[in-house]
Ligand binder design. Structure first.
Ligand code: ZN
Ligand code: ZN
Length: 360
């Protein structure tokens, strides 16, 4: 992360603290801590006030924290919370917000037991997450690299595709290639589904072998420098019949028209409805059983969600997926997914992989 970027992010948090009348916020989500400091370790808490921030971690991360973090760091032996609470006391902070979505009941009890008498622990939600919706140049660059990594891994793994291979073997190969190309890990459990199993939108790869005259669905993504990518592509082993081609063509059209609807100021719901309109004209709307897409970044699923009723207006710099699908139990399912960046006039598709049905 560029030197001052973390500082700018923490500054953008100050108005949210003021609005909630908080003296400070305890950040416990690892992803939010990473976003606000650059710290990538697994054990940390953060105390943020309007004008400063302190990261608490344990001695295993002493060196790493010094390298990664620009704010103050306290290295604590044992539990982090008592050390954080004593800082709350010393600074006479009263209204102490904590992230209700990222705090266990145990941690909450522990917090109450440790806070000074005059301080109160106030559950808050959605203070850091909205800051993460619009990506900076450096974040878009990281996502671009993650997308390229997944697409290159896809090309390499698919070049070795053979009939008789199992779904799990192909998934393993895709993940191996992503790591070889520099990914830390897959962004989620890679989905490889063949034949009738393509009708399960979130199929897990199994020992089922790839065979002739079947659809093949691959949904994959990488984590690279902490940032996710997400893509779904379809292949067919043999010659696809008329019904499969019709299904594929309809989803491809829905995907293209949803992409064309993306632009700053348009609501997330309007993009979803565009995809649904196309599929309705093909009598496939009832086979489209999920939202059209989601934001991604440090997590694979972030705001905004591209669902029918979502009123969030898209903003330039948001990175979202566009992934309509149609699932017919008798025939199979088709989903086509790209990662795109919202711009003022439209969007840029980051995913370079062709959207033609791959034929083997
Ligand atoms: Zn996906
Ligand atoms: Zn997705």
């Amino acid at each position: 992360m560029p030197e001052n970027e973390a500082l700018q992010r923490r500054r953008r948090l100050a108005p949210a603290l003021a609005e909630q009348k908080l003296d400070c916020l305890i950040v416990s989500s690892r992803v939010n801590i990473r976003y606000l400091t650059g710290f990538t370790g697994s054990n940390a808490l953060m105390l943020v006030t309007a004008d400063h921030a302190v990261l608490f971690t344990d001695p295993r991360y002493r060196t790493q924290a010094r390298e990664e973090v620009s704010c103050a760091v306290r290295v604590v032996k044992g539990q982090l919370l008592p050390a954080l609470a004593s800082l709350v006391k010393r600074e006479r902070l009263r209204r102490v917000g904590f992230e209700r979505d990222h705090t266990s009941f145990n941690a909450y009890e522990n917090l109450n037991a440790n806070l000074p008498l005059r301080a109160s622990a106030l559950p808050v939600a959605g203070l850091v997450e909205p800051l993460r919706r619009v990506k900076s140049e450096s974040e878009i660059a990281a996502i671009r690299l993650s997308v390229a990594t997944a697409s290159q891994a896809f090309a390499k793994a698919m070049a070795g595709l053979k009939v008789g291979m199992s779904e799990s073997e192909l998934a393993t190969e895709l993940e191996y290639q992503m790591r070889r190309l520099g990914a830390e890990k897959p962004a989620f459990e890679t989905i490889v589904a063949s034949g009738a199993r393509t009708a399960l939108p979130h199929a897990r790869p199994t020992a089922k072998t790839l065979s002739h005259n079947q659809l093949l669905l691959i949904d994959m993504g990488a984590f690279r420098n902490g940032y996710a990518s997400d893509m779904t592509r379809m292949a067919f082993i043999g010659r696809p019949g008329r019904e499969v081609r019709r299904l594929y063509g309809a989803v491809l059209k829905a995907q293209a028209e949803a992409v064309a609807a993306v632009r700053e100021g348009v609501t997330a719901g309007a993009v979803d409805r565009q995809a649904r309109r196309v599929l309705r004209a093909e009598k496939l709307d009832r086979a489209f059983v999920h939202a059209t897409g989601h934001g991604l970044g440090l997590e694979i699923h972030e705001a905004p969600r591209l669902g029918k009723r979502e009123k969030t207006p898209l903003e330039a710099g948001m990175v979202i997926t566009i992934e309509p699908g149609a699932y017919l139990p008798a025939l199979g399912g088709v989903r086509i997914e790209d990662t795109v960046v919202v711009t003022r006039q439209g969007c840029e598709i980051l995913t370079p992989t062709s959207k033609d049905l791959l034929i083997f």
